[in-house]
Design a protein around this ligand. Structure first.
Ligand SMILES: NC(=O)c1ccc[n+]([C@@H]2O[C@H](COP(=O)([O-])OP(=O)(O)OC[C@H]3O[C@@H](n4cnc5c(N)ncnc54)[C@H](O)[C@@H]3O)[C@@H](O)[C@H]2O)c1
Length: 373
């Protein structure tokens, strides 16, 4: 569960889930053995060797197809390239059910817009884009989500809804890359990038703040834009240059952080003891998928540093083998030649870190006095 441990935060879904289970009206199963009226497919859509891997969508489609009845609705929520619902999932459902999409059953797409750990924007108050293979499918999909979310946004085609999600995440990936590149230039120019972003953000129109960091992680930003560029390359033989460039810039950030630490310390990190604070890709979550913080820890190990890490939210089973997981204490901080704040969890005792670190590199602008991005 994202953010695990401690008390549930405001807006946390766990108490509501427990109440629903207690009511006896919600049953959870790992199988797919009964007929259904609505089926929502939200399975992983990773990359394999840089190519979209839709095997989970395919196997989920094969699993639910035999139980598809006339009049039922299937909605895909997984992030994917335009055409997946109509050209891949639809035919799998039709082959496994003997029914026709549109004529016999409803088929739709509605991208997930979950922001784990965000107490303000939750499932029910985040507008939900919805699309159907035909008007009846759109109406069915919309009616379903209208009972869950405050606002649904109908989109005219499945492909447009699929592109909507890729646009949202590519927008974020590209803008983070822009500010990361500016951060790498601003420091040597003697300019504080954080102050510049905050000042620009006072403009009430035409600007949205993005902040530099040690790179992007999770299963969305490092992955989704590549779904878009893969499809454009395959079908239009064209490179989405901004995606390639953004990936390149964001991927080099962990290495840049380490170079900055070596510069700040005035030595290379071979043999040094380094404490990495935070391994999750995102503040207040335990999600270490594609995490730049994990990448920093791995690069440090490769450089010959002795690496310890503090990650209050993640299960140690998902962490790199060569990295020793420790508690955040003054003694741990004092014992390190260098400390790097890679993920700024609220659970960290920042005054303790600042009091005890002999050298601190802050990749998140959370500690006032530190050497930072
Ligand atoms: N989690 C998010 O914050 C988020 C936000 C926006 C979009 N998305 C998108 O939603 C999709 C799912 O992401 P997620 O983080 O929920 O993934 P996840 O890794 O948590 O997996 C979701 C579920 O799919 C199940 N699953 C995996 N393979 C399956 C299969 N072959 N058949 C049936 N079930 C299977 C898993 O057991 C799990 O319960 C992805 O396309 C992702 O890009 C996720």
């Amino acid at each position: 569960m994202p953010g695990g441990g401690g008390q549930p935060r405001r807006g946390h879904p766990l108490p509501r889930l427990l109440a629903a289970l207690d009511s006896g009206r919600l049953h959870i199963t790992t199988g797919c053995e009964a007929p259904y009226d609505i089926c929502v497919i939200a399975v992983p859509t990773p990359l394999r060797d840089g190519v979209p891997d839709l095997s989970c969508v395919e196997s989920a489609g094969r699993a639910v197809a035999p139980h598809l009845r006339p009049g039922a609705t299937v909605v895909l929520e997984s992030t994917t390239y335009p055409g997946t619902t109509e050209d891949l999932l639809g035919p799998i459902l039709e082959a496994g059910s003997g029914l026709r999409a549109g004529r016999d059953f409803r088929l739709g797409y509605s991208p997930e817009r979950i922001d784990p750990g965000n107490p303000t924007w939750r499932l029910e108050n985040t507008p939900k884009a919805v699309a159907g293979i035909d008007p009846a499918s759109l109406a069915a999909v919309r009616a379903f989500y209208d009972r869950i979310t405050e606002r649904t946004v109908p989109v005219s085609s499945l492909r447009t809804a699929e592109l909507t999600k890729l646009l949202e995440n590519t927008f974020r990936q590209v803008n983070i890359a822009l500010v990361n590149e500016l951060a790498m230039c601003a420091g040597p120019l003697g300019i504080d990038i954080w102050e510049a972003v905050d000042a620009a953000a006072t403009k009430p129109f035409g600007f949205m703040p993005f902040y530099p960091g040690p790179g992007v992680g999770g299963h969305c930003l490092p992955v989704d834009p590549s779904y878009l560029s893969w499809q454009v390359r395959r079908e239009l033989h064209h490179d989405v240059r901004l995606v390639s460039l953004a990936n390149e810039i964001n991927e080099q950030m962990p290495e840049y952080v380490i170079r900055r630490m070596e510069k700040g310390l005035g030595r290379d990190l071979r043999g040094a003891s380094v404490l990495v604070l935070g391994l999750a890709y995102k503040r207040n979550t335990g999600d270490v998928r594609e995490s730049p913080a994990v990448h920093i820890a791995e690069l440090l190990v490769r450089r010959g540093a002795r690496v310890r890490a503090v990650e209050p939210h993640a299960d140690s089973a998902h962490l790199p083998d060569d990295v020793l997981l420790v508690e955040l204490t003054g003694a741990e901080v004092r014992a390190a030649d260098a400390v790097v704040l890679a993920t700024d969890h609220d659970a960290f005792d920042y005054p303790l870190i600042e009091r005890n670190a002999s050298y601190l590199f802050d990749a998140r602008n959370r500690c006032g006095a530190a050497d930072r991005l």
